[in-house]
Design a protein around this ligand. Structure first.
Ligand SMILES: Cc1cc2nc3c(=O)[nH]c(=O)nc-3n(C[C@H](O)[C@H](O)[C@H](O)COP(=O)(O)OP(=O)(O)OC[C@H]3O[C@@H](n4cnc5c(N)ncnc54)[C@H](O)[C@@H]3O)c2cc1C
Ligand SMILES: NC(=O)c1ccc[n+]([C@@H]2O[C@H](COP(=O)([O-])OP(=O)(O)OC[C@H]3O[C@@H](n4cnc5c(N)ncnc54)[C@H](O)[C@@H]3O)[C@@H](O)[C@H]2O)c1
Length: 456
């Protein structure tokens, strides 16, 4: 017979989403148990956002230094990955030790349990041989895991996921990257800048296929200029690992080789083994269905990647705050994803918000688009080397508001901010047209894109 302990809240999974809920509720004085099977903080600080952005920052420095000739003198760049790997170990992950995060939570009054937890009926959670009787809320924040495609042979070879790629001490001599999505393009560029021979194999017709088609075309050009081999519309039909090398066979019959193989073909919510059926939820669902207040079932809330909405840290944090409010019984707006922003941190950065032109048309909207190219703007022309980019706006003609926008450029993710405000707040396009745009900023290209609206 297990010991039963009464608590107010149990949070299962202490990634960015769960950690935020657990800390906030503990601060509010609730009796909170946080259960984490691996590291408190989850994927983002240890194997994802933060260390990958450290690699990217280092790669960007190399790229800027390589742009000096013809612009500001001479430069000779000798890449060295040692400081990058050291920064990831020392500053980002504390050598994959979460003690600081555990202490932060317990100092706020929470109780931490390192275990894999599961639901054991309404208001019941089992973890580390203990049973918790939960008075107020169970929060499911179990995140996502890599989705591995059914390529024959893949299960038998030592492929990498983001975890191994992030943990390297040296860049590989060559890398096959299966998947040209967010991870694929970010890491392809970061590694090529350190001398890795990278080949990206993307099944769809373009890189970042969920983004506007102009984005995939632009990124393919940028990556090709940096010696990345990009194979789009390419399906892998088999893989072997022979003599310390991976050999990937494509549908065409061609075989490509690399020292390592990184599989970055998407992620799927982590629901297996959670005991969802014990609270009347579908254990085979693709994602945890939640309402606008993050409720999944009576007494059960869900936040973060597990909900399948966006799979971004900022979405997990946004949902976490809504769940906290709701658990505390405080009123507030429901989750609203109409202006969900995304930024892929390539150079140029790819920012987008709301609907792509295709998605808007699929929804039956009458749309028109406007495009401006960053190199044609004053700031882009001044910048010269490394000035690739574009602004694309999608207007709902009937309402006269932007429903989507894309901003690619040297500061594409930051330029997105104004566009996100416009989409979120449905500011009339007519009013945007009469704003002043500081000269010569990158965001001034938005004015050109507004002028271009309707001139398709
Ligand atoms: C390479 C890479 C780069 C990324 N870069 C960015 C970026 O730049 N910006 C951005 O916004 N997003 C980025 N993301 C996405 C971001 O990492 C995720 O959206 C974010 O981590 C989701 O947080 P989460 O709390 O939902 O889940 P997670 O961070 O996955 O945390 C879930 C936690 O639950 C634990 N867990 C699971 N099951 C159980 C159980 N039964 N019991 C106990 N614990 C359990 C897991 O061990 C894990 O620690 C990136 C992802 C990857 C892979
Ligand atoms: N900057 C950021 O915010 C950032 C960066 C990295 C990752 N992430 C998050 O992590 C998640 C996972 O990243 P990801 O790049 O793995 O997923 P993704 O969904 O962004 O891209 C996966 C890509 O793999 C392709 N693909 C799928 N099966 C394939 C196959 N068999 N062969 C070849 N290509 C195939 C898809 O068409 C897609 O382009 C993303 O959805 C994103 O939410 C965010």
């Amino acid at each position: 017979m297990k010991r039963v302990q009464e608590v107010d809240v149990v949070v299962i999974g202490m990634g960015v989403g769960g950690e935020h809920v657990a800390e906030r509720l503990a601060e509010e004085g609730l009796d909170v148990v946080g259960v984490e099977a691996e590291l408190v903080g989850g994927e983002c600080p240890y194997w994802a956002c933060i260390p990958s952005k450290m690699m990217i920052r280092a790669g960007n420095l190399l790229a800027e230094a390589r742009r000096v000739p013809g612009m500001a003198g001479d430069s000779q760049v000798t890449p060295d990955f040692t400081p990058v790997a050291a920064r990831i170990r020392d500053e980002a992950t504390d050598d994959w030790n979460d003690q600081v995060a555990v202490d932060r939570f317990t100092r706020k009054g929470g109780r931490f349990v390192r275990s894999r937890a599961r639901l054991a009926g309404p208001g019941r959670v089992e973890a580390e041989g203990e049973m918790f009787a939960v008075r107020r809320a169970v929060v499911l924040a179990t995140g996502s895991r890599p989705q591995i495609p059914p390529v024959p042979g893949l299960e038998d070879v030592p492929y990498w996921t983001n975890r191994q790629a992030i943990s390297v001490k040296e860049p590989p001599a060559s890398l096959l990257l299966l998947g040209g999505g967010a991870i694929g393009v970010e890491l392809a560029q970061a590694f090529t800048r350190f001398g890795t021979a990278v080949t990206v194999v993307e099944a769809m017709e373009r890189l970042l296929p969920a983004e506007e088609p102009e984005v995939g075309a632009l990124l393919a050009e940028v990556l090709a200029e940096e010696s990345v081999t990009v194979r789009t519309g390419a399906r892998a039909t088999g893989v072997r690992h022979v003599d310390h090398a991976f050999r990937l066979t494509l549908e065409s019959g061609e075989e490509i080789a690399g020292q390592h193989l990184l599989v970055a073909t998407g992620r799927r919510p982590q629901l297996a083994g959670l005991g969802l059926e014990t609270v009347g939820l579908d254990p085979d669902a693709r994602a945890l269905a939640v309402d606008g207040q993050m409720r999944a079932a009576p007494g059960v809330w869900g936040v973060g990647d597990v909900t399948g909405r966006g799979l971004f840290t900022h979405v997990a944090m946004y949902q976490a705050e809504i769940a906290v409010r709701d658990i505390l019984g405080r009123p507030g707006p429901e989750a609203d994803y109409q202006a969900l922003p995304r930024v892929t941190f390539t150079d140029p950065e790819v920012g987008s918000v709301g609907l792509s032109e295709h998605a808007a048309r699929e929804q039956g909207l009458r749309v028109r688009t406007g495009i401006a190219r960053v190199p044609s703007s004053a700031r882009g022309w001044i910048r010269k080397a490394g000035n690739n980019g574009l602004i694309k706006l999608v207007e709902d003609i009937d309402r006269g508001v932007l429903v989507g926008a894309t901003s690619v450029g040297p500061a594409g993710g930051e330029v997105l901010y104004g566009l996100a405000i416009a989409v979120q707040n449905e500011i009339p396009v007519e009013r945007l047209r009469h704003m002043m745009f500081a000269y010569p900023t990158f965001y001034r290209a938005v004015e050109d894109a507004l002028t271009d609206l309707g001139h398709d």
